[in-house]
Structure formats: structure tokens, C-alpha cells
Write a protein that binds this ligand. Sequence first.
Ligand code: IFM
Length: 488
Amino acid sequence: MLRRRDFLTSALASTALAASPLPLVAMKASAQPASVPRLPPAFLWGASTSAYQIEGAVTADGRGPSIWDTFSHTPGRINDGTTGDVACDHYNLYAGDVELMARAGLQAYRFSIAWPRVMPEGTGAVNAKGLDFYDRLVDALLAQGISPFACLYHWDLPQALQDRGGWHNRDIAGWFTDYAQATVARLGDRVKSWAMLNEPSVHAIFGHGFGNHAPGLTGWASYVKAQHHQNLAQGTALRALRAAHSDLMLGTVLSLQPVLPATDRPEDAAAAARFDAAWNTINLDPLFHGRYPAAFEADFAPLVQPGDLAAIRAPLDFLGVNYYGRAHVVNAPDSFLAQASFGPLPPGTHTTAMGWPIEPQGMVEVLARLRDHYGNPLVFITENGACFDDPAPVNGVVIDPQRVEFLRAHLAAAADAIGKGCALQGYFVWSLLDNFEWAEGERRRFGVVHVDFATQKRTPKASLGFLSDVIRGKPGTGIGGAGVASMP
Ligand code: IFM
């Protein structure tokens, strides 16, 4: 197995830092110079995406249907009526997208593999043509010196498996492990970093509890089953991959947010504790401590078989943390989610176009919690970014000062956390491209690259130029700083 430091060194040795710099595009200075966060030289810089959100080509080369195909084609499910049928057409346009990353100086790319491309029926025969796509993508990345970070599951379950119970069927731990082994057998000679699952609690909460994500199931019992079987699949697959391969970095990705009561009412404090268990520690505690949070042990007990908790606790080489903001929570007796729900934000809190609070310090709190209560694991921020109502492209650029400021503030928080002893080793912006934002469809834009969904034209945003300058260590960068951002 690669030691952690060796892995980072080899990833950095092959970075695109030497790639040709991007042409300069003037950006109007309109604010006071902002400080530029200083991150360690070995810090890894990347961008993140997921398969269903960008690939399109949903029937190409033998891909089977996923639960998101079914869901997005169900009238009324997606707010703007779009689907992932085409999305960013990354399946066909991946080479240009890789080129953009290289020109920006990004060193790593986190993407997910679509299980229905690899196994259209979810189990059984492997679809070689589906894996060929990832082969081409990985080779293109490596040719540009970009390290591939693959995630095996980002919510696009084969529909055929949903028809057999999906995450409610305990057999899914074995199905997922077979799929993981087939995928790593093909790509593991070049892809050295593998995450098992993306945000299992979010998938359980929204897809299997609230029902506003695929597969649209509802209720607490449904959430509990989806949660336990994801945990079990994660641990089972990770152990199998570890046994078969000695040179891989294996981990998983969680969405973590500090949870605070929205008021000083005691019932909201109790609700916040329950919400924290249902969102955060429902994954963290079994992963690192081999137990479910005490508040919910009884709910999980009927599902937990001998050996499950030991399997889930398989040691991770890294933890991916997706951070967007804190949760401000109120008691909500009617909410399926532990009788708790999102409440009002503290007065004066700035928000993104999703209405999410902008709270960079929460990232430090999450990382400090991992340091203090979960053994300070090696962490990558595998997602952080923001949705704003960006202006249209003008002269080949989209000026997105709010996103620049969001990134600057969160990179400062990352530096702060490292200074406080957190084992943070890298940062992947969410997202490389504007994409299909699940139930919100295409109207919510998180990219550092603008996508015109009608023409598929890519236009870099100022935020990509900002990141590019930070990666290259240029002083004075930032909104209103030097007044210039490097842009493709
Ligand atoms: O788009 C999602 C991603 O798929 C998972 N994490 C949060 C992002 C923004 O909502």
C-alpha cells in the first residue's frame, strides 16, 4: 500500500503546474484587496463532479437506466423539468473538460463512476464499453498530469437493483462489492485513489426519507435501512479492495456540517442533537468507532447482524469531507428526520442562491471535530463551492465575484484548520462545471466553468481564474486584488 506521504508526493510530481499558463483577462477591481489564503506546498488542488450530473449519454454504449433516469423523467420531480439525459455531455466532451482543468493548473479530478455503465443490470455481466469511457477519461487526465480520484457511487443506482429493493435489500453489500471489484480491476492500474460512496446520509435522507431525490422513498424506517446498507456496502467493498490491491488509497466521502439549534429553546437544542446524529454521526460513529449513535441504536439493532459493525469499521486511508455550511435546526414533530428540521438562520447571515448559509468557520469546526473525536484522519475537502445566479458570459468570461469571495473565505478556513493541527491535505472545488443539480435541475449553477446547456459551450468563470492563481501561488490574487485573474 502506498504510504500517505508517498501518495501525495507522487500526485504532486505529476501535476499540471508546468502546463502553459492561461491567457490573461482583465477583471475590474471593485473592492478592497482580499488576502490570499496560504496553503502548504504539498496541498492537493482539484475539482469535483459526479456522473449523472454531467455525463449525459444515458443510453450510449450499453448503459442501463439508473434511478435518477426514472426519477427525472417522472413529471413534477425536477423543479425546472430538465433531466440528466444530456447534462454537460461530458461523455463526449470530456477531453476539452480535462484540457480546461490542466490549463487552470488543477492537480486532481474527483469524478464518479456510473454503476449502470459498468453493470447495466447492476449485477452480473460487465459492460466493457462502459468501462472504456472511464479508461479514456483516466488516460486523458494522466496525459495532462492530473491525478484521478474516483468515487464508486454518487447516487445513480441501476434501476434494475432498485427493482430488487435497492438500498433496502441487504444483498446490496455484495452487489456493490462485485461492481467495485470489477471496476477497480479495470482501472486500478492507473487510478490509485478510490472513494466508496458519496454522502450516504444525504442519499438516505433525501432519497429514502424525504423522497425529493431518487428513488423517492419516504419515512424513518426507509431511511434507517438505506443508511445501514450503505454503511455495510462501504465497509464490505473497502475490505475486499484492500485484500485484492496493496497500492490503493481507499476512503469514502461524507457530507458533514456543524449542527446548531436555531433558537435558545431547549426543544431546539434537543432537536439539534438528534439532527446531528441523523446527518453526521450516523456515518462517523460506525466508521470510526464501530457503533451507531446511542440515540438511534435501537432503531438500527434489528438490521445489524453479527460482524456488520466490524466490517463497517474498516480502516480508511482518507476521509473525503463535503462542506457547504452549518445546519441551524428546530424541533419539528412532523419531520420524518428525527423530529427535527432546518430552521431560521441567524440574523445577518449571508446565503447562496440555494438559501444555504455562507459560514466558512463551520469548515474549521468540522475538521476540528474529526481531529478531536475521530482520530484526526487524513482528510480531503472533496466538495466545497456555491450556487449563485451568475451573469451571462461576456467576452469569454463569467464574472462571479460572490463565488470568488466564497472560495477565498473557505480556503482561508482550510488554512486555519491546518494551522490548528487538522490533517487536511487537499481541496476539490464543487464543481468543475455547471451541471444537473438533482431536484433543482439545470437552473442552479455551482460550476467554476459556465455551461450553456443549449450549445454545450464552456466559459470559464472568474472563480476558476482565482483558483488557478492561488494554485500557482500568485500574490495579490482575489476579487478586487490585483484586478487580473488568469482565465482560459
Ligand atoms: O450537487 C451536489 C452533489 O451531488 C453532492 N453534494 C452537494 C452538491 C450541491 O448540492
